[in-house]
Write a protein that binds this ligand. Structure first.
Ligand code: NAG
Ligand code: NAG
Ligand code: NAG
Ligand code: NAG
Ligand code: NAG
Ligand code: NAG
Ligand code: NAG
Ligand code: NAG
Ligand code: NAG
Length: 351
């Protein structure tokens, strides 16, 4: 403002007032210096170009940060949201921004527009529910993004912002309840390190594996996921054994089924990977079914016998009587045959 005032008054440029002008310039210069290195914000520590405002219960980003700040820590505070107003002044030299552990729920549009040279951004240990697609400008230089313990419900589609990070080489999505990585979720081209540890992955779709294979320089961390070791994991197992991309593949373990629990995935044989619906399972269930049917038939048979016991008894008596009559007939004939007189008689009569 004062500079504009000077120019709009030609009289100020007259020789007698020269000293006054230089004095004013001096004042302006002092003001500029004061503005550029205005002291360290309250509750922060500044040393060279690093500013640390840690564990101070701050509920917003301190304003009036030195404009030559290179590394900024605002961690362990209570900042529930950041928006375009959080960084109102240019921080052209800022390369590293750490905002871990702030109970942060929302990241608004254009938050990082005032820091064109940002390379490392750490938003870990927050509870982000909304993350604006336009939070980070298109022409960013971001290379390392830490989103570990950030997502509550593993909703990766919330992170559309990832599609615009054309320089990203290091992405951590650790401990974020992620259930699946579909093909095309992680388009970021130059990605080199992808940390997916401690999520809720049970399978990795074949198309995603193929997509990973197309980026041979990509390294992936996958331990701490509850892999389900049934027939559907077989494809992934083959891929794992033939790939050098998964750095911690020795540490992957099965969570399911019970028989394979905590078994290292790499030590599971293909023959152990079974699915309900496999031939063996079908046979097993059909044997059980057959057994049940036979048991049921047996029970019905016994029941019929029991209900009809009188008839059966009578029938048995009848049979017994019939037998007795028959036997008596035999007995009688035997007695006749064994009587010698009758035998002689019969012999004589035969003759
Ligand atoms: C800081 O601000 C002052 C004046 O406002 C300016 O002269 C200086 O170049 C700025 N420094 C940086 C690194 O932007
Ligand atoms: C954090 O901020 C919220 C309001 O945004 C407040 O209710 C809560 O008490 C604060 N927590 C701490 C530990 O200061
Ligand atoms: C990401 O943040 C977590 C938690 O703050 C930390 O343990 C981890 O080392 C960080 N990862 C990277 C790549 O900086
Ligand atoms: C994982 O995230 C939960 C909250 O989502 C947190 O309580 C827990 O400490 C985190 N674990 C690690 C190892 O960071
Ligand atoms: C995931 O996030 C997207 C975008 O924010 C939203 O439209 C969708 O409803 C969310 N899905 C779930 C299951 O929360
Ligand atoms: C990138 O991520 C890996 C694995 O998380 C880590 O070891 C490495 O230090 C990270 N590199 C940078 C530059 O942060
Ligand atoms: C994955 O999706 C991309 C497009 O998003 C496609 O070009 C590629 O062929 C797909 N890969 C597989 C294996 O389906
Ligand atoms: C194993 O990996 C190589 C490249 O690393 C690939 O050419 C080959 O097709 C893979 N084999 C199988 C069975 O996936
Ligand atoms: C595997 O797990 C062990 C024990 O937790 C750990 O020391 C080791 O670094 C892990 N290996 C890899 C490659 O992450």
């Amino acid at each position: 403002m004062p500079a504009a005032a000077l120019q709009s008054h030609p009289s100020v440029l007259l020789p007698p007032r020269l000293t006054q002008k230089s004095g004013m310039m001096h004042l302006l210069f002092l003001l500029a210096v004061a503005l550029s290195c205005h002291g360290c914000p309250d509750r922060c520590l500044c040393s060279s170009q690093t500013v640390k405002c840690q564990n101070q219960d701050l509920d917003e980003i301190p304003h009036s940060l030195p404009n030559n700040t290179k590394i900024l820590f605002v961690t362990g505070n209570n900042i529930s949201r950041i928006s375009v107003d959080s960084f109102p002044t240019g921080l052209k030299l800022l390369t590293d921004l750490y905002l871990s552990g702030n109970e942060m729920e929302s990241v608004g549009a254009m938050v990082f527009d005032n820091m064109p040279n940002l390379v490392r951004l750490d938003l870990s240990n927050n509870k982000i529910e909304t993350f604006s697609e336009r939070a980070i400008p298109d022409d960013n230089k971001l290379q390392v993004l830490n989103l570990s313990s950030v997502l509550q419900h593993g909703n990766l589609s919330m992170l559309k912002v990832l599609d615009l990070l054309f320089n990203l080489i290091n992405l951590s999505l650790q401990n974020s309840s992620i259930i699946s990585i579909q093909n095309g979720t992680l388009k970021v081209p130059p990605l080199r390190d992808l940390d997916l540890r401690d999520n809720s992955l049970r399978y990795m779709p074949t198309t995603t594996l193929a997509e990973f294979s197309l980026k041979p320089s990509l390294h992936i961390w996958l331990a701490g996921n509850p892999w389900r070791c049934d027939c559907f994991v077989e494809e992934m197992l083959l891929w794992l054994k033939n790939s050098t991309q998964v750095i911690d593949m020795q540490n992957l373990t099965c969570a399911d089924p019970e028989a394979l629990r905590r078994q290292p995935l790499l030590q599971v044989e293909s023959s152990q990977l079974k699915c309900v619906g496999d031939m063996e399972g079908v046979l097993e269930t059909s044997y059980v079914f057959l057994g049940l049917v036979l048991a049921l038939i047996g029970v019905i048979f016994l029941l019929v016998l029991y209900l009809n016991r009188k008839g059966i008894k009578r029938w048995m008596y009848n049979i017994r009587d019939a037998c007795r009559d028959h036997m008596e007939g035999y007995h009688y004939r035997y007695e006749i045959n064994s009587d010698p007189r009758l035998a002689n008689l019969s012999i004589n009569s035969d003759v």
